[in-house]
Design a protein around this ligand. Structure first.
Ligand SMILES: *Cc1c(COP(=O)(O)O)cnc(C)c1O
Ligand SMILES: [Zn+2]
Length: 467
């Protein structure tokens, strides 16, 4: 087991602390302190698990592989199977829907599209509620139970809300989702309603909802599971462990992920760094993050960064200019001021990756190409393949490199988008003044339904024409 020497604490929760990531502060706090930012400097917190192992890498890998074949509910989760890496004890009240365990696919058509010899896509949309948020929410809701909360809350219209509602339901906790009144899309909230969440329609905008969430966080009965929650990052980092097992511990040259609030990229970076620190891998994959052009504050910052001055991620800029009116049809990454930007930027710089943006057309076409490989994903997920195509063209990724893309959400999360693309009617409302024309997105790989006569010959003829 990890840390079995007399001097080291044997319980994970005794070794782990919450720590401010600002190097000039670096304050640390106990795990049970219900803080969401550093009380001293308002900096972002992360969890330092105090990991140290006296085992050799082979023994750890073997134990994880054995657990994958076990019937213990903790082992059937693709998150809790790696529990010695997490800030919870063996006897924690795990709340699980058997998240993780997501497939990694060869994607030959998408590879060709990008100019790569090979490409693998790890599909986090195959989680219980259809997005990677579940791998983090299992940890956050378990922590909510540990600290004795009665209600879990967040402000989100999308996948976070669905995931929170499901895990709270699983734990028998109440859940509440705060949303601005009149801005609620029924399709996105359907899951949350089904999982029994209280959906509060607030008279105000999204910022008002965020402010309310912060105020609610002071109440001891309430647990806040928004994007800044460091326990979510802990659960999400296990995707790096599972990916390495699926790659037979051969470190890929590049790992590419979409970027919204940057929790996912932060978590992957942390996961790989911990594997490196423990000697389970010998080098880091280059981690690249792709944003949508209309919501790309970190890509802008990155483009203007002087890498020689950032000291491999050890010296980070103080501020990032937010995007005031983020615009993209990839709603899961429609974020103007990503909360975890510093942690993500640090991980990208340490690994030697890039942060770039892609256009709406590039996202839409990449999504259709991923679909041709038989893999259905949400628009935000397709930024990965769109981004790789650009990074190959720019020479950052070489055609023979080994590349893994992370698909973040399931195709059925946003069926309207898919339908419009294939019928050639996809468009993005103009963010500019009222009345200016929406931006049309062409269905370059359009696949609209065809009207075919009700006879065998007509169907065969159509098939022949489309062959
Ligand atoms: C949340 C989400 C993202 C963005 O992840 P961040 O951690 O906010 O960067 C991307 N795609 C999907 C499908 C998501 O649900
Ligand atoms: Zn601090």
């Amino acid at each position: 087991m990890f840390g079995k020497t007399a001097k080291e604490a044997t319980r994970n929760t005794e070794r782990a602390v919450q720590r401010c990531i600002d190097p000039s502060c670096g304050s640390s706090y106990g795990l049970r302190e219900r803080i969401y930012v550093c009380p001293r400097c308002s900096g972002t917190l992360e969890i330092d698990c105090g990991l140290a192992t006296r085992e050799d890498a082979a023994a750890v890998r073997r134990r994880w592989a054995e657990r994958a074949a076990s019937r213990d509910p903790r082992d059937q989760s693709g998150v809790w199977r790696y529990r010695e890496m997490l800030p919870f004890d063996e006897d924690a009240p795990f709340v699980t829907l058997f998240e993780g365990n997501t497939p990694i696919y060869e994607a030959p058509r998408s590879a060709r599209y990008c100019g790569l010899n090979n490409l693998r896509l790890k599909h986090q949309g195959c989680n219980p509620t259809g997005s990677f948020k579940d791998t983090g929410m299992t940890a956050a809701i378990t922590q909510a139970v540990v600290v004795g909360a009665r209600t879990a809350v967040c402000a989100s219209t999308g996948n976070t809300a669905a995931s929170l509602a499901a895990y709270a339901g699983r734990a028998g906790l109440q859940s509440a989702i705060l949303l601005p009144r009149g801005q609620i899309s029924a399709a996105k909230l359907a899951q949350s309603l089904d999982y029994g969440a209280l959906v509060c329609e607030i008279d105000g905008n999204f910022d008002d909802c965020m402010r309310l969430i912060q105020e609610l966080g002071d109440d001891p009965s309430i647990y806040v599971a928004n994007s800044i929650n460091p326990f979510r990052i802990e659960g999400q980092k296990t995707v790096a462990f599972e990916m390495m097992e699926q790659c037979a511990w051969q470190v890929p040259d590049h790992v590419v992920v979409p970027g919204g609030n940057m929790g996912n990229s932060t978590a992957l970076g942390k996961g790989f760094q911990e594997l490196l620190d423990l000697g389970l891998i010998q080098r880091l994959p280059r981690l690249s993050v792709i944003q949508a052009e209309g919501a790309a504050p970190l890509a802008h910052l990155f483009a203007n960064l002087d890498p020689s001055k950032s000291a491999g991620g050890e010296r980070l800029p103080e501020t990032m200019a937010p995007v005031e009116n983020p615009r993209t049809l990839a709603t899961a990454i429609k974020i103007g001021a990503p909360v975890s930007w510093k942690k993500a930027l640090r991980a990208v710089l340490r690994s030697g990756g890039k942060i770039i943006s892609v256009s709406e057309q590039e996202i839409a076409d990449a999504k259709a190409m991923i679909g041709r490989d038989g893999i259905g994903c949400e628009p935000a997920s397709a930024t990965t393949v769109a981004g790789m195509k650009k990074l190959v063209a720019a020479g950052h990724i070489r055609p023979g490199d080994s590349v893994v893309g992370v698909l973040t959400g399931h195709v059925l999360k946003d069926p309207d988008y898919v339908s419009h693309y294939h019928r050639g009617t996809l468009s993005l409302e103009s963010g500019a003044k009222e009345g200016s024309a929406p931006q049309r997105i062409a269905g370059a790989f359009q696949n609209a339904p065809e009207r075919v006569a009700a006879n065998k010959a007509a169907i065969l003829a159509t098939l022949e024409r489309r062959r």
